[in-house]
Design a protein around this ligand. Structure first.
Ligand code: 5BU
Length: 291
């Protein structure tokens, strides 16, 4: 295994930034999540890969519900099948701090990370305040959050400035390198520059929200929204790929599923179904000696 890891690092270093849009040729040796957990030093990457390998899941559920009770019920139902719960905390009508504490208790009970999909996008000074202050104080409870890179490196430095001695190294940032919506304005050049920013700030940035594999650095995690059992869309320009296509063909690591799970009659059963498909696609993508 040590030989494989060294071999992959050498390969990865040669191909750290690969062309966005259009396929990254898959690295000849793909590491398992367990191997990436051993290799990666950022505590949040390590924890995430460890959870994924241990629970055998590369599913994140997007909890886009609007009440505290709906959010807690969903988190408890899907908890056994997910590595990560993604929230949009600003759509909860009856948000209070008790919700945060109950969510943290569920994350401990089921062993998943909490990802607040806040999509920070302002100058550094403003995002420091948005991350740490206000009603939601996201830095205090979300293991992971994300940012657009339209304002350049300032957004990353501003969020990093929001960490204190307690949260430093216990928070990870994802950069939005691509989007799933039809006719979005992200260009190949923007994606490429976002990849470079991620590598430059890798002591805080743990990966990407993207539509395909973008980096061969095994410590960068690729997380993909816009996933549904059928290749389809909605009437507001969302575009869906299937779980097997996202993992197997596009080479992403984690799928994010919202309506496909929280609108299901049986949320737990739907989560299990998505988990099983996505995990099998991951296993199929590994070299034979790694399975
Ligand atoms: P859906 O119900 O599975 O379509 O929800 C997808 C979620 O992922 C939703 O919370 C979006 O805000 C989020 N998302 C997305 O759909 N596409 C993107 O490119 C990004 C985020 Br970035």
């Amino acid at each position: 295994m040590l030989f494989m890891i060294l071999f992959t690092i050498i390969l990865g270093l040669g191909m750290l930034t690969t062309p966005a849009h259009g396929h990254v040729p898959s690295a000849p040796v793909k590491l398992s999540f367990a191997e990436r957990a051993t290799l990666c030093t950022h505590p949040i990457s390590k924890k995430l890969f460890t959870i994924m390998a241990g629970k055998q899941t590369n599913l994140a559920v997007s909890a886009d519900v609007t009440t505290k009770q709906q959010l807690l019920t969903l988190a408890d139902a899907v908890g056994p099948y997910i590595c990560m719960l993604k929230t949009h905390i600003d759509i909860i009508n009856d948000f209070d701090w008790d919700l945060v504490e109950q969510l943290q208790a569920l994350a401990d009970k089921h062993n998943f990370l909490i990802f607040e999909d806040r999509k920070f996008a302002d100058i550094g000074n403003t995002v420091t305040h948005q991350y740490t202050q206000g009603v939601h104080r996201i830095v205090e409870w979300a293991h992971i959050t994300n940012a657009h890179t339209v304002s350049g490196p300032s957004v990353i430095e501003g969020l990093y400035a929001g960490l204190n001695d307690h949260t430093k190294n216990q928070r990870g940032l994802l950069l939005l390198a691509q989007m799933s919506s039809k006719e979005n304005l992200i260009s190949a050049e923007y994606t490429q520059k976002t990849i470079q920013l991620a590598h430059h700030y890798s002591d805080f940035v743990i990966g990407f929200i993207c539509q395909e594999q973008l980096s061969n650095d095994p410590c960068m995690i690729h997380i993909t929204p816009g996933v549904h059992l059928s290749k389809s869309g909605d009437d507001l320009k969302q575009q869906y790929n299937t779980p097997a296509y996202a993992i197997g063909t596009l080479g992403t690591d984690i799928i994010i599923v919202g309506r496909g799970i929280y609108q299901a009659f049986d949320q737990a059963q739907a989560a299990k179904q998505y988990r099983d498909i996505a995990w099998q696609a991951y296993l199929d993508s590994l070299p034979p000696f790694d399975k």
